[in-house]
Write a protein that binds this ligand. Structure first.
Ligand code: ATP
Ligand code: MG
Length: 418
């Protein structure tokens, strides 16, 4: 029955997968907090305009990938709404509507689901998760360095330092970008007939995006296209040099990639991506850059910003097995009389911070088998003799050793189990 399958491109996070997912996000939270980023969350849907304005009418996301609900639909909304394909636009919208402009710099961190209608494949879903950081209000290149350093440290905390490469480029300031744009238009116009249809469209609206094209023919042309570095003005060169010097002094290695252009309109100066060769075609695990034009574009006060977003599923695929679930203590009543005491003991263990399970039914052997299956660390047997002695038999399920322990000293004894 097809309705019992998850919708194409979506996935359940069953407990094992969820634990891996959580491990990634927990590490990221922990490191981001050390850099002073504070977690925030925005709604998973926004007015469509929020994404259209910021991502640009020509971006792949806006033209092909958004889940948009037309106005006047079932819920009688008068304005079109869209499931968020990314979270920078939402954070910027919240920055403006939440009055955070008074509080710059704002250092925000988010984690949650994003939605894009793309062709599902390994590492590419229609609902996926990102975590990301945004540092808003700092125009200096030190902010770029801090944001990249935070990303690098998260990847290190996940044990991925050898699995990823940091690719770095600059898109210059608006003046440099205009000059480069003209050079690109001149070059690609000469080769117009060899461009893909998509890129001919890009040539008119956003020629920089041609550099990003995945079309074979386009790529051959791109190989000989003018390089951005020849069109950078002094300010842009100085800015990039400062970012590189900062990374160098922190010992963060990178590879310059002059073809790295972020697909979005509002980026300037620093653009970067942490990529891996271990996930096939889906090589980007964390991507970002500087977006000084974004908040003004949305109608807020001119405010610089820099940030990145990482794909949680892609990172989880790279990190492999997560830490095992904590091992419970299983309380096993033997005979009816012990049922109430067992219930209370289980509850008191939980209050004391242990993971505790109550063995409900079956004979003693069955219950112990179940404890084994749960990978329990120990079993507490409560029979008639134990009740009389106000004790429990503690069975260490690793060593098989048993001892009688007073109920009053249970938590103390259990905390000494390795
Ligand atoms: P790609 O080139 O792989 O399509 P992108 O440039 O669209 O990536 P961004 O918009 O920069 O990606 O999003 C940041 C990160 O989110 C990516 O580096 C990737 O790890 C993850 N990501 C993006 N789209 C998906 C998706 N459909 N499924 C899973 N993860 C994704
Ligand atoms: Mg994409």
């Amino acid at each position: 029955m097809s309705s019992l399958q998850p919708v194409r491109g979506t996935h359940d996070l069953l407990p094992d997968a969820m634990r891996r997912h959580r491990a990634v996000v927990d590490s990221a939270r922990d490191v981001a907090a050390r850099y002073g980023f504070q977690e925030m969350a925005t709604p998973i849907f926004e007015f469509t305009e929020v994404f259209k304005r910021t991502l640009g009418d020509t971006s792949d996301i806006v033209t092909k990938e958004m889940y948009t609900f037309a106005p006047g639909g079932r819920d009688q909304e008068s304005e079109s709404i869209t499931l968020r394909p990314e979270n920078t636009a939402g954070v910027a919208r919240a920055f403006i509507s939440g009055g955070l402009a008074q509080q710059v710099p704002v250092k925000a961190f988010y984690a949650g689901p994003m939605f894009r209608r793309e062709r599902p494949q390994k590492g590419r879903q229609r609902q996926f998760h990102q975590f990301g950081v945004e540092l808003i209000g700092i125009p200096q290149p030190q902010a770029d360095v801090e944001v990249i350093a935070c990303g690098a440290q998260i990847l290190e905390a996940l044990g991925l330092q050898d699995a990823v490469v940091l690719e770095l480029n600059t898109l210059g300031d608006p003046e440099s970008r205009t000059a480069y744009r003209e050079a690109l238009v001149a070059y690609f116009s000469d080769h117009r007939d060899s461009l893909s249809e998509d890129s001919r469209e890009r040539l008119a609206r956003n020629p920089l995006r041609i550099l990003d094209s995945k079309d074979e023919g386009d790529r051959r042309l791109v190989a000989d296209a003018p390089l951005f570095e020849h069109y950078l003005n002094k300010d842009s060169r100085d800015f990039f040099a400062a970012v590189r010097a900062g990374l160098d002094s922190l010992g963060i290695a990178y590879r310059l990639n002059p073809r790295l252009v972020r697909g979005l309109d509002y980026y300037c100066h620093t653009a970067f991506e942490f990529t891996t060769d271990r996930l096939g075609a889906q090589s980007a695990v964390m991507a970002g850059g500087r977006y000084d034009g974004l908040i003004k574009t949305m109608g807020g006060p001119p405010t610089p910003g820099v940030g990145w977003a990482a794909g949680v599923e892609r990172l989880a695929m790279l990190t492999g097995e997560p830490a095992a679930a904590p091992r419970p203590i299983v309380v096993v009543p033997v005979g009816e009389a012990a049922a109430e005491t067992a219930l209370k003991v289980t509850q008191s263990l939980r209050h004391a911070g242990f993971v505790a399970e109550l063995g409900y039914s079956g004979n003693l052997k069955k219950r112990l088998q179940r404890a084994d299956k749960m990978n329990a660390r120990a079993a507490l047997l409560l029979g008639e003799e134990e009740l009389v002695a106000e004790s429990a038999t503690l069975r260490d399920l690793d060593s098989g050793e048993q001892e009688l322990v007073k109920l009053t000293s249970l938590t103390e004894r259990l905390s000494r189990l390795a």
